[in-house]
Write a protein that binds this ligand. Sequence first.
Ligand code: UTP
Length: 472
Amino acid sequence: MTVPEKEWIFARLARYGQEHLLRFWDELEPEQREALWEEIDRIDFALIERLYRGGMDDERVRQLAARATSPPFFRLGDPGNPIPPGEARRRGEEALRAGEVGAVLVAGGQGTRLGFDRPKGMYPIGPVSGHSLFQIHAEKVLATGRRYGRPVPLCLMTSPATHDATVTFFAQHGRFGLAEDQLHVFCQGTMPAVDAASGKVLLADRGHLALSPDGHGGMPAAISSSGLLGQLHRRGIRRLFYFQVDNPLVRVCDPEFIGYHLLARSELSTQVVRKTSPADRVGNVVQVDGRLHVIEYSDLPEEVAQRRNPDGSLAIWAGSIAVHVFDVDFLRRMATEAERLPFHLAHKKVAYVDEDGRRVEPDRPNAIKFERFIFDLMPAAANAIVVEVDRRTDFAPLKNASGHQEDTPETVRVQMVALHARWLEAAGVSVPPGVPVEISPLVALDADQLAANVPHDLRITGPTYLGPTLTR
Ligand code: UTP
């Protein structure tokens, strides 16, 4: 690659007040200059300027919130649903047997709150096995394919921050049993962080910009530009089950959920849990003018969050857990329009080098990051539906380090053990109180499968991991 003259780059940057990015240019080696130029060249500085000047779009969110109502919904397993659960399950199973379903797992986040120095998917969350989030998810995908006789392709989104470590981890573990052509890794894009006070792009070091992943909403553009979306379509994949790396309880490719999506002719279906309080820290799934939207918990005005129905329940009750099904055709349409997805601004701590080249580790938020969110696809989807799941059994996100109040390794493990103990009890195996148990997805994906697979002589007296070798 030929690197333009410094003066030319300087003039281009100066148009946007970003010429400080060349402050250390003269001390860089030729290959370092090339790397820096490549980073600069990829940035749409006019966009960065517009986003920074535009600030937080509070007014739009306030207007949306004022008109928000709760969406109609299905509840998983509820015989009172407009579509009976059995019918939905059969339809979903049919799609899985026909090989029409793929999975997309987004794992490009930096996991800053967890404070783990590797990609979050590598975190050893298994309460007895110590298995990683990646292993648990990969085994669910593998087991689903085995159950329905057609392998489910797993599309794994990484970011430059997580890519190499993730690819190496999967290779070291034999892709956790997934066939080579079943695992597709694609990398999302980045956005620069800017100084909150001036809007100037931060330098991570003398020769690199402070870049971070462009949000889980970067998925449609990344999966499309990697060529993967077209490839999936050619292979007959028509729906993609979307999930995030931090929730080990997610029912990957649940046939009942997929069945509602298909029978309702929905382009996008989403799972929610019932909020436990007005301030519950989940995004709020709401309906405005017949379309679904998500309003983040931090953006929902207090008086809207506090609204109650006559029976005292919360009016805005549906909390997003970021589990969706997308029609592949919808994603293809959105990928070309992905540029229309808004960027959200977040005030974050970002390390940088100052004017003298000294590295600064700020102790409070100093920067603005720009991210797209996947749920902003919702209003564009025809017939979007909401499916309520039980928080205890379906949602245990790993967000925070030990010591925090919620969503820590400890709280996640407690929920995993409780769920698996319930499955065992339902299969006639008693679990002494306080004894940790864990079931590999390769043994059972749900209570029914466990009842069919559990060894009859199983006695639990101490910590127990039911892995594939323990099955009958
Ligand atoms: P979070 O919003 O919880 O972010 O991501 P995070 O990076 O995991 O954690 P913090 O906020 O830095 O502590 C939810 C999901 O979206 C993915 C994450 O990997 C996780 O599965 N994600 C997030 C991406 O894939 N890319 C992104 O740019 C951001």
